[in-house]
Design a protein around this ligand. Sequence first.
Ligand code: ME8
Length: 524
Amino acid sequence: MTKNTNASPYMLTTPIYYVNAKPHLGHAYTTIMGDFLKKLALIEGKRVLFVTGTDEHGEKIVQKATAEGKTPKELVDEVSSEFRSAWEKLALDVDVFYRTTQPDHYKMVQNALQFLKDKGDIYFAEYEGKYCVGCERFRTDSEWNEEGLCPDHQTPPDLRKEPNYFFKMGSYQKELIKHYESNLEAIEPSQYRQEVLSFLKQPLEDLNISRPKTRLTWGIELPFDKDYVTYVWFDALLNYLGAIGYEGGDFAAQREFKNEFWAESHHLIGKDILKTHAIYWPTMLMGLEVPVFKKLHVGGFWMNKGLKMSKSLGNVVDPIKVSEHFGVDFFRYFLLREMSFGSDANFTWEAFIARCNSELANGLGNLASRVLKLSQKNFEMKIPSASGLNDQDKALVSAMKALPAKMAQEFEQCRYHIGIGHFNEAVAECDRYINDNKPWVLAKDPEQKDRLASVLRTAMEALHVFSIVSYPLTPEASLKLQEALGQSGEIVGALFRVDTGLDATRSLTEVPQLFPRLELPDLE
Ligand code: ME8
């Protein structure tokens, strides 16, 4: 990979996940989406910083550790490394794996708190509210369902009354509304921006940002009161700045490179944590005098039999087992293609197998194998040169060259599944071209050798485009295809090669099987 320091920066983050249970399909989806967006930015030639990590403080971590007879430290070390290794097994290209128990994080959070305290944004007061330990936050009266339960965790509220420290979140309400009203793309899909703006019609309360040590000691001690630790969300959200080296305190005075990534910061989250990211986080940034992040990308839930897949409900699919059984490409393809980003989707094995077989095995897999085998057989291992292209050939080549822009148009609107649909339609168009031109018939007639060369070269140009645009989607198969075509496999800026076309001085290599047909797994 070449390092182009002039390339435009792009920062992507996932939530940092709680370590009270091992990673499941929902976490994998968000991290895969991050890796997909990273790879898209890479082929566009950007310089990307992809951040994920683990959220290791708070009450539910202590509850889990106690239940398992471990210290919180033992639990967080163990589960954090499971997350790290899960992303390695899924071949996700993470740049920073951030842990909220790393020592520099403690210092940064304490500096940030002191900065806010010194400017008068933090005060001490009595508080009474209804807490959800699963969400690790107080929910307002309207945020409990008809049975009085947390809609995400199906648990009753814990009534709490105690003195605590507060961040003057309410004082930033007007500025926040103005920010969302003037930045129409700050939260996508747009229904979530509407949801936030309508929530902001109510007066915004201040944020309780501490827990007395009599209740909880597992956290970051407040720099101005040793009897309190920092509220877990206040500590966790700051990871996004910690990942680019923020030290707390005066952001503008700290090193230049941070602002560069921060100005292009994209947070990927699930809709369960919209409020903490769309309200708590930007007001914290305003208090800290740091520019608000560029964009929130809000995903829906993966459901299993009508319920959100979640560790507390125990209905989760293990992403490692799926990808060990089927390979990472099929798994990520299905997740990215099946879900309309922002809405909920169901995970079923039937849908998984059906999509992978009909769209990958029968799609690009079959096409690549047909075209490459015919080329190898009839032109040895050379890329055939086309002596003359007819209108149909030219139309196919130009349709393929237009494909990346067509996909990008959908991706920009978060319609990833539709962009991927355009990819499948382009493969189908190329299939039709092959069926119309019947290269296997041309191959039997020596007088048609030139026409055969033109047809196969046209189809190989299409395969070349597919090998590049499929990199974010199915990276292993993309690289195999580039290798089979004898092409470089250089990723950064690879989209530029769509216009230049195949490097015909290279020779083909063995035809790989890109996507074997899948069978329904034995669910036992
Ligand atoms: O909320 N479908 O961590 P968490 C889709 N530590 N995505 C899902 C999902 C599902 N069924 N279940 C989980 C936390 N996710 C905090 C975040 S960030 C400063 C702190 C994904 O372990 C989705 O991205 O509960 C969701 O927002 C995230 O996992 C919640 O992970």
